[in-house]
Design a protein around this ligand. Structure first.
Ligand code: IPE
Ligand code: IPE
Ligand code: MG
Length: 249
């Protein structure tokens, strides 16, 4: 049984993050253009958000577009932005009806206005929703996020508002864009790649990892539940011994 930092048994992760990978390969294997994979991948996003809400997750963070993905061909970036806009407009009623709060991490200012407009409207209108937080990582990079938090702390210190000796894990975590979210419990990556690709580098320190060969467009409720099921069997030790964990659990 997995045990969280408070020592309580935790069967269901509170916060799950997903690296939604493999859209391009899914399309290429079918002789389709990569963008068709992104289109199909958007359907998987809908299924997984719905499943997460049904099972009662507190938070779901989705890696939708990395800081490094800007380097892709402009047509592909353009399609991804269009799909994001479609998602925000089409899913708005379901997000509101299900009391989901939409948030973002990443350098959202880099997103084009036609994405930012529906995004900011939905973030504003869903801000009071409490059933689940859906966080979209947009133009996001883990290193970029650590650097911007470090910069903010340095600025506080330079103004005399913070002593360097007071910088610690807790304060640093709280200053990250994920600061208001529950601790990351489970990190999923699809498509067979076994790497983090600059996602949630700080937050993943003690997350359980789940890798699957399934390509993102083929990932749905069933495999999501399978990932949650695998979490149940994990023993989270946080550096302690199994005996110590059993004693508190
Ligand atoms: C993930 O699928 C979607 C984004 C990175 C936006 P990919 O487009 O990376 O698919 P592969 O890895 O090339 O198959
Ligand atoms: C990570 O996937 C980014 C997203 C899923 C949004 P990539 O496909 O960009 O990662 P690499 O290039 O394989 O590391
Ligand atoms: Mg990829």
């Amino acid at each position: 049984m997995s045990v969280d930092q408070s020592g309580l048994p935790s069967l269901l992760p509170r916060h799950v993050a997903i690296i939604m990978d493999g859209n391009g390969r899914w399309a290429q294997r079918r002789g389709l253009a990569r963008v068709e994979g992104h289109r199909q991948g958007a359907q998987s996003v809908r299924k997984v958000v719905r499943a997460a809400r049904e099972v009662g997750l507190r938070a779901l963070t989705l890696y939708a577009f990395s800081a490094q993905n800007w380097a892709r061909p402009p047509e592909e970036v353009g399609t991804l932005m269009q799909l994001l806009r479609d998602f925000l407009i089409e899913e708005r009623p379901e997000i509101m009806d299900n009391a989901i709060r939409l948030t973002t991490i990443g350098d959202v200012d880099r997103m084009p206005d036609f994405v930012r407009d529906p995004l900011e409207a939905l973030m504003r209108d869903s801000a009071g929703n409490r059933a689940m937080t859906l966080c979209l990582a947009l133009s996001y990079g883990g290193r970029e996020s650590i650097i911007s938090t470090t910069r903010a702390l340095c600025e506080l210190a330079a103004r005399g508002a913070l002593k360097p000796a007071d910088v610690n894990d807790e304060r640093f975590s709280a200053m990250l864009q994920t600061g208001g979210m529950p601790q990351l419990d489970l990190l999923v990556r699809t498509s067979g790649e076994v790497r983090l690709s600059n996602f949630l580098l700080w937050e993943a320190a003690y997350a359980e990892l789940y890798f699957t060969d399934t390509l993102w467009p083929d990932f749905g409720k069933e495999e999501f539940l399978h990932a949650l099921e695998s979490f149940k069997g994990r023993e989270r030790r946080y550096g302690r011994t199994r005996e110590q964990i059993k004693a508190v659990g």
